[in-house]
Design a protein around this ligand. Structure first.
Ligand SMILES: Cc1cc2nc3c(=O)[nH]c(=O)nc-3n(C[C@H](O)[C@H](O)[C@H](O)COP(=O)(O)O)c2cc1C
Ligand code: PXP
Length: 213
């Protein structure tokens, strides 16, 4: 396996304290826009790590669905494995792995369920198939056969013909991750990378530090 011994050079493009936006959410929006421009697959995909009631960490990918000065939003099933973990422990880590740009963004924060109106508004914008899938799936629970899921879906499609209103299941909705730190990582040659980390201060401002590669 050639990839295991490869030493790819991550290039000369740096990240410095002068050029970085002093508002990390604005800096994040710039990098997300650049990931979109680079046409990488699902630039808004992020890995979210949670810790369950027993202290066991787990990670999985979700899509970023909203971004503003207060945090990062995603949608999921509140009764899923991650939903249960977040009820027990709201601490999370987010990772945006933009390898094609030799970049990653690492966020530490706290996840809070949004209000029902926010979840309703997003659910209403989803394609009907995805709305029905949210009803059909008890996310993260084992099931004996794929056919059972397909039968559930067929029954839902009969109940809600194309174009009819599908209400949001209560078990499904959005979370907002309120960041306590945001690190911007830019890969550089010789594994001598740039790392700039913002930490939220009590007065609402951010402290910026450079970390060693
Ligand atoms: C690119 C990608 C995007 C995904 N986006 C979501 C998402 O936004 N919400 C979600 O619940 N699951 C999403 N999934 C599925 C999750 O990775 C995961 O399988 C699911 O949420 C169950 O996780 P859990 O059992 O740890 O709760 C996505 C998977 C991939 C590969
Ligand atoms: C199970 C699941 N829920 C939610 C999402 C994200 O929301 P949406 O389907 O509205 O893009 C995804 C995206 O892959 C998903 O797989």
């Amino acid at each position: 396996m050639e990839s295991l011994t490869r030493h790819t050079d991550y290039g000369a493009k740096g990240l410095n304290e002068i050029d970085i936006n002093q508002n990390p959410m604005a800096q994040f929006a710039t990098w997300l826009h650049e990931a979109e421009q680079a046409e990488i697959f699902e630039p808004n995909a992020m890995v979210i790590s949670t810790v369950d009631a027993d202290g066991q960490p787990t990670s999985r990918t979700v899509l970023l669905k909203g971004l503003d000065d207060t945090g990062f939003e995603f949608v999921t099933n509140y009764e899923s494995r991650k939903g249960k973990s977040l009820r027990a422990n709201p601490s999370v880590a987010l990772l945006f792995p933009w390898y094609a740009l030799k970049r990653q963004v690492m966020i530490v924060g706290t996840a809070v369920a949004t209000d029902a109106a926010t979840s309703d508004a997003y659910f209403a914008r989803r394609p009907q198939g995805a709305q029905l899938a949210a009803w059909a799936s008890d996310q993260s629970e084992p099931i004996a056969r794929r056919e059972i899921l397909d039968e559930r879906m067929a029954a839902l499609e009969a109940q809600y013909p194309e174009g009819t209103h599908v209400p949001r299941p209560e078990k499904w909705g959005s979370f907002r991750v309120v960041p306590s730190s945001i690190e911007f990582w830019q890969g550089r040659s010789k594994r001598f990378h740039d790392r700039l980390r913002f930490t939220a201060l009590d007065d609402g401002t951010w402290k910026l530090e450079r970390l060693q590669p």
